[in-house]
Design a protein around this ligand. Structure first.
Ligand SMILES: [Ca+2]
Length: 296
């Protein structure tokens, strides 16, 4: 009988610790939010205790498509007829805003649209995880990247306060990326812009804000107006081609396997700028191919 009681207590205490407001690692975050950023302690404890661990988030982050799929499989997912046609429609529907963004930031309308297409099918699939669940799960249950996600968790508190959003409401990807362009909290705070001039920066509901924000993000990460994204190279001539054009500060050599053959490319500043949006070469290449398909 005594054993049973002990077991019950053990189960009970495990459940209690499962609340992120009482997690041993949350104390530092709570202190930072209260002492440095001026949040009320009750508010922080409440938000953290409402957050729920989602095992599927851990599973997803452990095997991202960018690093487990082949290039051909990845390309097929993004470069297909429906996504291309919907992208062309998106451009027609948002041409004024896209041209305004292109003029201001130098990023072509097809590139902005391709990012929206790859990230969320032009706003159709913005993610179904509560961001507070994603960021707490990854902060407290995924040691490999806990430092990064703890920082994003604090950014998310700040972001929701600044934009008057209920912290329990926003949904996003398993990694806490939000809205049309899937901005993480720190990027939202640093790079999102109010592009429809309504006084709010709203990447969930305003297509205009999403368009301006993606262009601004790339602009601030080294995008060069009139620059190229990649150039295909013949490996036999690689030495001749491997000279960056005047004005280009960076380039990167790339290999993509298609039909059991390696294809070689040079990625320019604008390729590198896209990898600042998502670090994967597959991602940047898919954005490039989709943007080419969207040219009318
Ligand atoms: Ca706005």
């Amino acid at each position: 009988m005594k054993k049973l009681i002990n077991l019950t207590l053990l189960v009970f205490s495990t459940l209690t610790i499962a609340s992120y407001s009482e997690h041993p690692e949350s104390k530092k975050i709570i202190d930072e939010l209260v002492d440095i950023h001026g949040f009320k302690k009750d508010y922080v404890l409440d938000a953290l205790s409402n957050a729920k661990k989602q095992q599927s988030i851990i599973n997803s982050i452990s095997s991202p498509a960018e690093f487990t799929w082949t290039w051909e499989k990845y390309k097929k997912l993004f470069i297909e007829e429906k996504r291309i046609q919907n992208g062309k429609n998106f451009i027609l529907e948002n041409i004024d805003t896209l041209e305004r963004a292109e003029k201001k930031y130098g990023v072509p309308k097809e590139t902005i649209t391709a990012i929206l297409g790859v990230e969320t099918r032009y706003g159709k699939v913005m993610g179904n995880y509560r961001v507070i669940d994603s960021l707490t799960t990854l902060s407290f249950e995924y040691p490999r990247r806990s430092k990064f996600f703890k920082k994003e968790l604090i950014e998310f508190f700040l972001l929701t306060r600044e934009n008057n959003i209920d912290i329990n409401t926003p949904k996003g990807s398993y990694a806490g990326a939000m809205g049309y362009g899937q901005f993480i909290s720190s990027s939202y705070r640093a790079y999102a812009v109010d592009f429809d001039n309504d006084g709010k920066v709203d990447l969930f509901n305003s297509v205009d804000d999403a368009i301006g924000s993606i262009a601004n993000y790339l602009y601030l990460h080294g995008w060069k107006r009139e620059g190229s994204i990649v150039k295909k190279v013949d490996i036999n001539n690689v030495r001749k081609v491997f000279k960056p054009e005047p004005g280009l500060s960076k380039f990167i050599s790339l290999t993509f396997e298609e039909e059991e053959k390696d294809h070689y490319f040079i990625g320019d500043d604008n390729f590198i700028a896209i990898t600042k949006y998502n670090i994967s070469h597959f991602y940047a290449m898919a954005v490039y191919y989709l943007s080419e398909e969207l040219k009318i």
